[in-house]
Design a protein around this ligand. Sequence first.
Ligand code: GLA
Length: 389
Amino acid sequence: MYDRIGLIKKEHSKHFGSSPEAITRGPGRVDLMGSHTDYNDGFVLPVAVNVDVMAGGRLRDDNKIGVYSANFKKSVEFSLDNIEFDTVNTWSNYVRGVIHFLKEAGVKLRGADMVIHGNVPIGSGLSSSAAIEMATGYLMQTLNGFEMSAPDLALIGQKAENKFVGVNTGIMDQFISRLGKKDHALFLDCRTLEYGYVPLDTSQVKIVVCDTMKRRGLVDSEYDLRRSQCEEGARLFAQWYPNVKALRDVTSEMYDEHKADLPEVVSKRVAHVVGENERVLRSRDVLQAGDFVEFGRLMNASHDSARDLYEVSCAELEAMVEVTRAAPGSLAGRMAGAGFGGCTVSLVKDETVEQFLEVVRVEYHKKTQLMPSLYVCTAEDGTGVVERL
Ligand code: GLA
């Protein structure tokens, strides 16, 4: 592991002629359960993982923000009075968006210089975007010293993603990146934002994330299409049950009663979301009881439903799921995040992790001619300060 804190300090001195006052980290995440439930006001069960974006910064005397990306080796500078979308350095829009919505929330910010560096693979479904948003937001909070609850900072990150960057995602990614807890999964009710932690002892089982190396295609357009199909489903159910505001309010009994009245595609989408919400609730209970085998079955069922009913899989994800389910010590294999490429997530018995990795590498390559990137993950704390100087 190279010294990323040292790198941030070095780049800060090189680009801004000073040293950072604070360095924060915002982790990436992987969803163990809860596929496309968050924007339906449903339930999710993600973990924050041991890849992250770090942000180091120092206040400056004018009202400008200077940002250097140590990954892209590019700088931008903008004024706090006029924060515009950057069509060239698009990575900077996550920083700009968070700062824009902090200001909109009434927070008084001073100018700052910052250096960011991430090791979350981009575009693979581990939410590098939530990681940079939370690292930035928390750096601003630390440097300027304003009060803001952790869920509120997550909501600022989601606004930045939805309204500044322009990707219409749910709250899961920012929430877990901000509020993750070491050796725990987080259970979140995406409607009320009530949450709780479920112990996840990674000395017994490891969370292995397998990047198919297929960069996610179609995500934005297909994601928006799924969202609108769900909204249509909720509208239809509201005719029969006026209390239905989102698919979260539809039970499997209600679905069975009316499935014949729904357009075919909408029926499939609703069936997935209704079943997945029930599975997330069950998975929380079985994980609480330490039953990894049943938890793994629920993860597999989640994937199968996302593939067959929600139709967000692709050939590479299917190849990876097949290989990871059959590999030594595997308890499950399911797609992570939005689907359409990116990563899968498996639970793997600790004593067989090395064999698992070897078999997955060989077998996935045989099937696809692609060489996967594999990450043995631990469940980590959410966003925090790594160094205060
Ligand atoms: C992406 C989004 C999340 C969530 C998942 C699907 O990761 O960012 O908000 O909707 O897809 O569960």
